[in-house]
Ligand binder design. Structure first.
Ligand SMILES: Nc1ncnc2c1ncn2[C@@H]1O[C@H](COP(=O)(O)OP(=O)(O)O)[C@@H](O)[C@H]1O
Ligand SMILES: [Mg+2]
Length: 421
């Protein structure tokens, strides 16, 4: 933060990969925030795209908050972020210190410990163990042989075999019988696999969370990318919708994730979490369409709140507070969920955040509506469609996304509540 005679200036850093659409949208919406009054001072917030360059481990970090899309894949920005977290106290979406749990496995374990409905899941050793000269000795001495058929029978067919750290359907198979089982395991090679019981579900809910804001969306995983999110409000029962929102916020607060997407399979009022950690969730306009303005607004709103109110970064997990609720025999599932949600809301300062946005950013939602209706947004959409699809499909996709975003505009003007909370 820099302080001038007229106020305080806050810088948000963006560490970006190949995406162009949402960073431009973020920059444009951030400009709509304007000066913010807080604690008797005028605050302004700007953003900058960060570059990769040498750094001294004691260098100051100019941004107060960084939205990161690179550290999951590349060491240099990851190490820079760790330095920023430890030396400079920079606020991170997300902190690399939480990446060790950024695979499905840790989230499953945490959710099981909290008594949530994770389907039965078994981790099996590698089909082809890592190539390490010392492994032969270890394997000879300590590697237990195991009966894959018996494990599968215990989980029950059909089952899913999928990598413990998966993402983007890599290595996922539905296993109907023994032959499938052995084929899938042989093909798993050097991937470490879970076997997981199948959930017979009615709805696939995907929740995108940014700080305390969550949008639970009706997801159709079998559709092509541009059609996966259906625009449907109230597609879950009230109870299931509440659980989907609560579980997303709870898991994010539990692991100190700030920007994440989560998948749940829903049957009636039962919500089964299956895929719960994504350090770089998809926020492209070509996948989120109708929900894109909400996502960018939430990202701007939460980042602004964090820097202007001076929210401190923190990766202390304090898991014992959650486990005390999990271990209380007098509490039902719903009461436990309410207890975890209260801890999550305390972590994210949810009530304070909502009140703060209502009094400090009252104009933002309307300004975003005008922005989505503007030539500037149309240019952004046109460029993104041109970069994403071959020429003969561009007109069709422009119509598709213009239609969906037009629907969003109509709904905003008619004040239809989206299903986020
Ligand atoms: N336990 C399950 N029951 C039913 N379907 C499942 C289950 N696990 C995975 N699937 C199906 O497989 C897909 C990929 O699994 P997922 O765990 O989301 O892996 P990825 O991280 O690769 O997306 C899911 O979107 C879902 O359609
Ligand atoms: Mg998934």
């Amino acid at each position: 933060m820099t302080t001038t005679a007229t106020g305080r200036n806050h810088l948000i850093g963006l560490l970006l990969g190949a995406e162009q659409d949402w960073p431009q949208a973020f920059e444009q919406v951030l400009r709509l925030v304007g000066p913010v009054q807080h604690d008797g001072a005028t605050h302004s917030v700007s953003s900058e795209r960060l570059t990769i360059e040498p750094f001294d481990l004691t260098d100051p970090a100019r941004p107060e908050l960084v939205i990161d899309r690179l550290a999951h894949w590349y060491y240099h920005p990851r190490e820079w972020l760790k330095k920023a977290a430890l030396v400079n106290g920079t606020y991170l979406l997300n902190s690399p210190f939480t990446f060790q749990s950024m695979e499905k496995h840790s989230a499953y374990c945490a959710m099981l410990r909290l008594g949530l409905k994770v389907p039965k899941t078994v981790l099996v050793p590698y089909k082809n163990p890592v190539d390490n000269v010392r492994w032969a000795y270890t394997a000879e001495r300590y590697n237990q042989s195991f009966d894959l058929d018996a494990l599968a029978a215990e989980v029950g067919y059909p089952l899913y075999m999928k990598p413990f750290d998966g993402g983007g359907w890599r290595g996922v198979s539905r296993v109907n019988d023994k032959a499938d089982l052995h084929r899938a395991y042989d093909e798993s090679g050097e991937m470490l696999m879970h076997l997981q019981a199948t959930v017979d579900y009615e709805h696939f809910a995907r929740a995108l969370s940014i700080g305390p804001e969550t949008m639970v969306m009706d997801f159709r995983p079998d559709q092509p990318m541009h059609n996966r999110y259906a625009v449907s409000h109230g597609f879950l029962s009230e109870s299931a919708g509440h659980q989907a929102m609560a579980i997303s916020r709870i898991v994010n607060a539990f692991f100190r994730w700030e920007f994440n997407s989560a998948e749940m399979l829903v049957a009636g009022d039962d919500v089964y979490p299956i895929d719960y950690a994504n350090a770089c969730p998809d926020v492209a306009v070509t996948s989120l369409h109708y929900y894109f303005p909400w996502a960018i607004t939430a990202l701007v709103r939460w980042s602004t709140y964090c820097v202007v109110t001076g929210r401190t970064a923190n990766v202390d997990l304090r898991t014992s507070r959650y486990f005390a609720i999990a271990d209380d025999p007098d509490l039902s599932y719903d009461e436990k969920l309410a207890g975890y949600l209260a801890l999550a809301d305390e972590h994210f300062e949810t009530d304070r955040y909502r009140d703060w946005c209502a009094s400090n950013l009252p104009h933002l939602e309307e300004a975003v509506v005008d922005w989505v209706d503007s030539e500037q947004f149309l240019r952004l959409l046109t460029e993104t469609v041109q970069q994403t699809y071959p020429p003969h499909e561009q007109e069709q996709f422009m119509d598709h996304f213009k239609g969906l975003l037009g629907l969003w505009l109509e709904d905003q003007r008619a004040q239809v509540p989206a299903s986020g909370s």
